[in-house]
Design a protein. Structure first.
Length: 264
């Protein structure tokens, strides 16, 4: 082969030599480029807030591989939005690294409705919010069955009844119908101020009223007198059966001489 090349004109031999030289230079440059990039650290881009679909379609000169590891529902957020990533933005990694991302869910998850008839308003509100639902309008319906407080009669969404355990999309608005005491359940609020604590407890108990004593009770109930009551019978003359009256007490030694109490 060399003999044949020697027989070629000088300009052919020169051209072949130049071509071979250029090919060698190209191969050497590519190898040097690859060797230089080996172990090179590259800053991770910030993907948070971007659509996963758009990130996949973007130019990716560093050959990063994007992997979805989790999807979580976020109210008001469209599906496929990147919320978290690992490694974190601006971290330095090698070329071709896998980037793990968490995205917003495309479908609204459903969860069982946790409220039963008879639950109190406080418990119901907490259960509704913890389950990811929203509390809508509350309707009060008087009933003779309630002596104190309120409780759930019905749960609805968009005018339709909701049952305990029924699967509903998170974010569903729940309207409540609450049972409250009717006006027929009102009784006279007894005047307890000025009475001994023992007398006040006996009078309240006879009317189906529970009392709560505020203050230190060090001794017998007959050794104390009621300084104040809440609700004050001088301003609120009627209360519901079962209402708890709060009593503030003082020792008998601190009772004014002209302090009197009880109903006429």
């Amino acid at each position: 082969m060399l003999e044949k090349l020697k027989k070629k004109p000088w300009w052919v031999q020169g051209s072949l030599a130049i071509l071979i030289f250029l090919v060698v230079i190209f191969v050497v440059l590519q190898w040097a480029k690859s060797y230089t990039r080996h172990g090179e650290k590259i800053a991770v881009p910030n993907l948070i807030g971007k659509s996963y679909a758009n990130v996949e379609d973007e130019n990716n000169p560093n050959d990063f591989e994007y992997v979805i590891t989790d999807s979580t529902y976020f109210p008001g957020q469209p599906g496929g939005m990147i919320m978290e990533q690992d490694p974190k933005p601006a971290s330095f990694v090698k070329n071709g690294r896998k980037i793990y991302v968490s995205v917003t869910a495309f479908d609204v998850p459903k969860t069982p409705y946790p409220v039963k008839e008879g639950y109190s308003m406080r418990m119901t509100k907490a259960l509704i919010e913890n389950a990811g639902f929203r509390l809508g309008e509350t309707e009060e319906r008087p009933t003779d069955m309630v002596k104190n407080g309120t409780y759930v009669l019905e749960s609805k969404t968009n005018g339709k009844a909701v049952k305990f355990g029924q699967l509903l999309p998170k974010g569903t608005v729940i309207d409540l119908v609450m049972a409250v005491a009717s006006l027929d359940s009102l009784i006279e609020n007894p005047i307890l101020t000025g009475l001994s604590l023992q007398e006040a407890i006996q009078l309240a108990s006879s009317k189906g009223i529970e009392v709560f004593v505020r203050g230190e009770l060090d001794g017998d109930s007959s050794d104390f007198w009621v300084q104040r009551q809440k609700p004050d019978a001088h301003f609120i003359d009627q209360i519901r059966i079962g209402t708890r009256i709060e009593l503030s007490i003082k020792p008998n030694s601190e009772k004014p001489v002209n302090q009197e109490g009880g109903n006429d």
